[in-house]
Design a protein around this ligand. Structure first.
Ligand code: ZN
Length: 449
């Protein structure tokens, strides 16, 4: 697959020896540090209990939340923990700052009164199908109810999914109403042009054996790589082979649902869906070097229309800025593209990214279908995306795609033709006959802003 370098499983015997060495080294790393909430000592890592039993075992893939068990990433009651890492994704670091500054009590637990989901996502077979969902907790939105006894007893169990309602107020949708593409119906599309949606925030919860399987490597290799590439941030990846769930410090996913969510249970419901990877520059600020916001907005309009026609519209928004390489890398690449000999050209579009980042793309769509599996989708009628990687990931994991909806040419911004030409040449879906105009597309230079 373009942009992804295959992860080669390391020879198992060697891994075991390395693992033992690392575990030994880490166990000596207990040191006195600043005052924490309970003790003057910081415990760098934990090790499996001698009898090999965790208090709250996780049976990933079990048919109910109770049988699966709660995912506990608490930092206040070490003995309860059954996951590596802590809650909140990348925001765990801000929580640490809040504690450091004295603004937050480190042992405070959330009061979950009235936080339960505003709409019901029907439980589906996919929640417990082996290997189907590996990067989120299918019961993450229900923990306050299912585990209320344990929570009342003081166990720090936190939701990893939250479901609420919203209105979207977008100029482009008002435009769509003016031009007759959307109609005010007083229910989904309101008189002022705002659109009613349900929105779902999902924090990542990784089941490591399942993640390793998706990437074609051993769990041991995955654990060691995660340990090393975060500079030892999570020693339990190495010292706790009995813990298989990891709460990674990365951004999550937001789902925007258009239409009656209960229609998810009806397999004949027509589904329109865009899976969108974050692009702050375009999505929020309207930067014209790429097609992200125009495609997102086009997707929102398609989703609203689908809902008005009795179907369901679904936007899945993943925090994977700059192809999951980050915005600094992305802006460096922009400069490298603009300053290269001959100017910004489609023919060298992917090459420039690889020069800076070492890979063309780190989004690895292998995990992307999980949110759609969670919604119970086996088919998408209209996929609002031209990405071959997204399409391949969906179809490869058993979600049929009936129709692919390309971005209309008139919505491609001025400076984004380089990106579009490069992507089409590399395999992006396009209903036109394939033509290689990648050599002809040249973008704006840095002195033309
Ligand atoms: Zn973009």
């Amino acid at each position: 697959m373009r942009g992804s370098k295959a992860l080669v499983p390391t020879e198992p015997l060697k891994i075991d020896r390395q693992a033992r060495r690392k575990r030994r080294a880490i166990s000596f790393l207990v040191s006195a540090m600043n005052r924490s909430n309970r003790t003057d000592h910081i415990r760098i890592t934990s090790h499996p209990e001698p009898h090999g039993k965790t208090r709250y075992p996780i049976h990933w893939g079990a048919p109910s939340a109770r049988e699966r068990g709660p995912v506990i990433g608490t930092v206040s009651r070490q003995g309860d923990r059954n996951a590596i890492g802590s809650h909140g994704g990348s925001y765990a670091l801000y929580r640490a700052l809040a504690v450091s500054s004295g603004a937050l009590d480190p042992i405070r637990r959330p009061d979950l009164t009235n936080t339960h989901p505003a709409v019901t996502i029907p439980q589906v077979a996919q929640w417990s199908e082996p290997g189907r969902i590996v990067s989120l907790d299918p019961w993450g939105h229900l923990v306050a109810d299912v585990f209320k006894t344990q929570i009342a007893e003081g166990v720090d169990i936190r939701p990893t999914i939250a479901i609420t309602k919203a209105r979207l107020d977008l100029n482009e949708m008002q435009n769509a109403i003016v031009h007759g593409r959307l109609k005010v119906d007083g229910d989904l599309v309101h008189a002022n042009g705002s659109i009613a949606v349900s929105k779902i925030a999902i924090d990542p919860v990784w089941y490591l054996p399942g993640i390793a399987h998706r990437f074609g490597c051993s769990e041991t290799t995955l654990r060691h790589t995660l340990f090393e590439q975060t500079a030892g941030m999570f020693p339990e990846l190495v010292t706790r082979p009995d813990l298989h769930v990891f709460l990674p410090p990365i951004g999550g996913t937001t789902i925007y649902m258009f239409g009656d969510v209960e229609k998810l249970s009806d397999s004949t419901t027509k589904i329109t869906c865009r899976v969108h990877d974050e692009c702050n520059g375009s999505d929020v600020f309207g930067s014209d070097i790429c097609t992200c916001r125009p495609y997102l907005i086009h997707g929102i309009e398609e989703c609203a229309r689908a809902a008005q026609q009795g179907g369901l519209g679904i936007i899945v928004y993943n925090r994977k800025e700059g192809r999951a390489l980050g915005e600094v890398t992305k802006f460096l690449v922009y400069n490298a593209r603009k300053r290269q000999e001959g100017g910004d050209a489609a023919s060298a579009y992917f090459e420039r990214t690889e020069c800076v980042a070492g890979v063309q793309d780190a989004r690895f769509q292998q995990l992307m279908p999980d949110a759609l599996h969670w919604l119970g989708l086996r088919r998408i009628d209209r996929l609002v995306s031209m990405s071959d990687m997204k399409y391949d990931a969906l179809v490869g994991q058993g979600i049929a795609v009936v129709e692919r909806v390309p971005l209309p040419d008139e919505l491609v911004p001025a400076d984004a033709h380089v990106e579009m030409a490069a992507k089409k040449a590399a395999g992006y879906y396009s209903p036109e006959l394939p033509q290689d105009d990648s050599a002809a597309s040249v973008g704006r230079s840095l002195d033309k802003y």
